[in-house]
Design a protein around this ligand. Structure first.
Ligand code: GRF
Length: 203
């Protein structure tokens, strides 16, 4: 049986699109957004994927939002959650219930340019200002910390001295779209094993 996947988004949903287009050994059954106008919700509708806004407007209290998310995840019998540009902090109740079943894509090479405050374009500005010659993207498990779960997959990209933060962001986004579906496929097919901080990916 294909694993059922929920994708959490906040914005454009290009990573969601990459998961849909990859056509892997998983089924995207649900998309949840914490932003009412997230374009990714339209992408989900275009592919007849159930999609919901669960945010501060319809569920003002954090406890209510968590309860609602857990309810829907249960109703849809979700096995795996992918955070794809999701800007809210996932409540520890959800993390605990889906231990090693939640993955996130981060637009830098963790442990550089990650943690509190490093999200969205700020990551690429920090990369630009630091003068590093390479950056990349990381898929990792989600635990109670910020960008602190075990690393599953990383890919690098060269930065030229002419690249602006916007150009760096574009380069990185392109590789996010390659490693996120690959990592999800590995997780969905039970090919990821881990021992302490180290993950082992089978063929
Ligand atoms: C991506 O760079 C993701 O890594 C970041 O936000 C961006 C989201 O892009 N955290 P999209 O919504 O998937 O297009």
């Amino acid at each position: 049986m294909l694993k059922k996947v929920a994708v959490f988004i906040s914005g454009g949903g290009s990573n969601l699109q990459s998961l849909i287009d990859y056509n892997g050994e998983y089924e995207i059954s649900l998309v949840i957004s914490d932003r009412i106008k997230a374009k990714g919700l339209d992408r989900a509708s275009n592919h007849n994927i159930k999609n919901l806004y669960i945010g501060k407007k319809n569920f003002p209290l954090k406890e209510e939002r968590t309860k609602e998310v857990l309810k829907v995840l249960e109703e849809e019998k979700i096995d795996i959650i992918v955070l794809a540009g999701y800007l809210s902090i996932v409540d520890s109740l959800i993390i605990d219930k889906f231990r090693h079943k939640i993955i996130n894509i981060h637009p830098s090479l963790i442990p550089s340019f990650c943690g509190m405050g490093y999200h969205g374009h700020l990551v690429h500005e920090a990369v630009y200002n630091s003068g590093v010659k390479i950056t990349g993207a990381t898929v990792h498990f989600v635990d109670e910390g910020v960008d602190s779960g075990e690393i599953i997959m990383q890919k690098t990209v060269d930065i030229s001295s002419e690249d602006t933060p916007d150009e760096i962001a574009l380069k990185v986004l392109k590789i996010e779209h390659t490693i996120l579906p690959q990592a999800l496929e590995k997780l969905a097919s039970g090919k990821i094993k881990f021992d302490k901080r180290r993950t082992y990916i089978g063929d």
